[in-house]
Design a protein around this ligand. Structure first.
Ligand SMILES: NC(=O)c1ccc[n+]([C@@H]2O[C@H](COP(=O)([O-])OP(=O)(O)OC[C@H]3O[C@@H](n4cnc5c(N)ncnc54)[C@H](OP(=O)(O)O)[C@@H]3O)[C@@H](O)[C@H]2O)c1
Length: 377
C-alpha cells in the first residue's frame, strides 16, 4: 500500500495502523479498506467529510487531503494526527479507491473523470453530474439500490432536496405524494466557509455601525434575507436551486410525475437549512399517521411539542445527523384530507452533504465486499 501523504514534507505520514479503525456498525462482510481522497478538504463540506470519516470509523488504508494551491502545506487534524493538504493535480488519484469531491462543479467536471480512470469511485457533492442518466443520485435511506449501477461517479444530491425528502420518502411509499411544495430558509454554510465568515463579519459591522462591502453573497446579509443567489431561468422564473429541488426529487424518488414547486431563500443563520413543506397524497392521510410513519423513519427525529411550542430549529439541528421534523398538521387549504404541512430542519453540511457522501461510500465498500465474496466460476 502506498504510504499516506507520500508527497508531503513536514509531518510524518499517518500509518495504516493509526487510522484503520474498523466500522461503527459491524459490516455483514469484511471490507477492503481503501485509500480515500477528499477533494476540497479545507472547505465547509470538506472539514465535515473528515469528521464523518473519523466519527463513523470508516475503514481507511490512507487518507489524502486535496485542495487548491492556496491551502497546499496546511495541516488538518484526523484521529490525533496532522495530515498535510496537497494541491490537487492530475496525479492526485494514484492508488485512491474512493474520492470524495467537494470543490464545486468545475473541479468535478475536470478531475472526476481523471480519478475514475485512475481506478477510484467518485462521490461528488457538486451538481455537475446529478442529472446525468448514467450517474446514480443517491440518498442511502431512499434509493441505495441505484449505487450498484454506477460507472465510476455517484452524485450526492442538493442539500435542500435531502433535508426535504428524507422524511417524505416513507410517507410516499405508503401513500404516494402527488404534489409537493417547499419553501426554504437556507443557512450561510450552504454557500461555503467564506459565506459563513461573511455573515459573522457583516453582523459585527452592522452592530458597530460600520459599512460592510459584500464579497461572497450579492446582498447585505446581516439582519436580512434574500432569494437564493443562483441564476434564474427566464423561461420558468425558477432559480437553479429551486430547479434542483424539483428535478432531483423526481430522480431520487424514481417518480417523474410528482409535481414539485420550490421557493429558495437565504436567511441569516450560520448553519442548518430549514424547510416548510406542504404535500398532497393520493389518498387521505392524517397528522397522526404521518407522526407514526416518521417515528420509525431512518435518519429522522420528530420534534413536535405542541404544548411547549417546541419545534425544529437550526440551533438544535446543527451537528446532528438526523433531520428534525415537526409542525406536523393537516393542510387546511385542502378539504379533501390528503394534504399535510410540516417543518423540517437539517444540518446540510452533514446529512445534506458530508454525512450522505460518507454513507454512500460505506455502501460502495459493502458492495465491493459482496462482489468479491461471490465465488469465481
Ligand atoms: N455547503 C453546503 O452545504 C453544501 C451542501 C451540498 C453540496 N455542496 C457542494 O459541495 C462543494 C463544496 O462546497 P463548500 O460549501 O464546502 O465550499 P467551500 O467552503 O467554498 O470549499 C471549497 C473547497 O474547494 C476547494 N477548491 C476551490 N478551488 C479549487 C481548486 N482550483 N483546486 C482544488 N480545490 C479547490 C477549496 O480549497 P481552498 O481552501 O484551497 O480554496 C475548498 O477546499 C460545492 O460543490 C457545493 O455545491 C455544498
Amino acid at each position: 500500500m502506498r504510504p499516506l501523504q507520500s508527497r508531503s514534507s513536514a509531518p510524518p505520514p499517518v500509518s495504516r495502523a493509526n487510522i484503520q479503525h474498523g466500522r461503527a456498525k459491524p459490516a455483514a462482510l469484511p471490507v477492503v479498506a481503501p485509500v480515500v481522497a477528499i477533494v476540497g478538504a479545507t472547505g465547509a463540506v470538506g472539514v465535515e467529510l473528515l469528521r464523518c470519516l473519523e466519527k463513523r470509523r470508516f475503514p481507511l488504508a490512507g487518507l489524502r487531503l486535496l485542495a487548491s494551491a492556496r491551502s497546499a502545506g496546511k495541516t488538518m487534524k484526523f484521529g490525533g494526527d496532522e495530515l498535510v493538504v496537497e494541491e490537487l493535480n492530475e496525479q492526485s488519484f494514484e492508488g485512491v479507491g474512493i474520492a470524495l469531491f467537494s470543490a464545486g462543479g468545475a473541479i468535478a467536471r475536470q478531475y472526476a473523470p481523471i480519478a475514475v480512470r485512475a481506478g477510484a469511485v467518485v462521490v461528488d457533492n457538486s451538481s455537475a453530474y446529478r442529472m446525468d442518466a448514467d450517474v446514480p443520485l443517491v440518498i442511502p435511506e431512499i434509493n441505495p439500490e441505484t449505487i450498484a449501477r454506477h460507472h465510476g461517479i455517484i452524485a450526492n444530491p442538493n442539500c435542500c432536496a435531502i433535508v426535504a425528502i428524507v422524511p417524505l420518502w416513507p410517507i410516499h411509499r405508503k401513500n404516494r405524494i402527488a404534489r409537493l411544495i417547499v419553501a426554504t430558509y437556507q443557512a450561510a454554510s450552504g454557500a461555503g466557509a467564506a459565506a459563513m465568515e461573511e455573515l459573522s463579519e457583516s453582523t459585527r459591522a452592522y452592530l458597530a455601525g460600520r459599512n460592510y462591502a459584500q464579497r461572497v453573497l450579492p446582498h447585505p446579509y446581516a439582519f436580512n434575507l434574500f432569494s437564493h443567489n443562483t441564476r434564474i431561468d427566464p423561461r420558468t422564473g425558477y432559480n437553479d436551486e429551486e430547479t434542483k429541488v424539483v428535478n432531483e426529487t423526481r430522480k431520487i424518488f424514481g417518480d417523474p410525475d410528482i409535481r414539485v414547486s420550490a421557493t429558495c431563500i437565504r436567511v441569516p443563520v450560520l448553519r442548518a437549512h430549514s424547510i416548510a413543506v406542504n404535500f398532497e397524497c393520493e389518498r387521505p392521510i392524517s397528522p397522526d399517521e404521518v407522526r407514526a410513519i416518521l417515528a420509525g423513519a431512518p435518519g429522522v427525529r420528530v420534534v413536535d411539542d405542541i404544548e411547549k411550542n417546541y419545534f425544529p430549529m437550526p440551533r438544535d439541528a446543527t451537528g446532528e445527523d438526523d433531520i428534525l421534523v415537526g409542525r406536523i398538521r393537516r393542510d387546511l387549504s385542502d378539504p379533501s384530507g390528503k394534504s399535510i404541512a410540516l417543518f423540517a430542519v437539517g444540518d446540510q453540511l452533514l446529512k445534506g452533504a458530508a454525512l450522505n457522501a460518507v454513507q454512500i461510500a460505506e455502501r460502495v465498500l459493502e458492495g465491493q465486499a459482496s462482489t468479491e465474496s461471490i465465488p469465481q466460476m
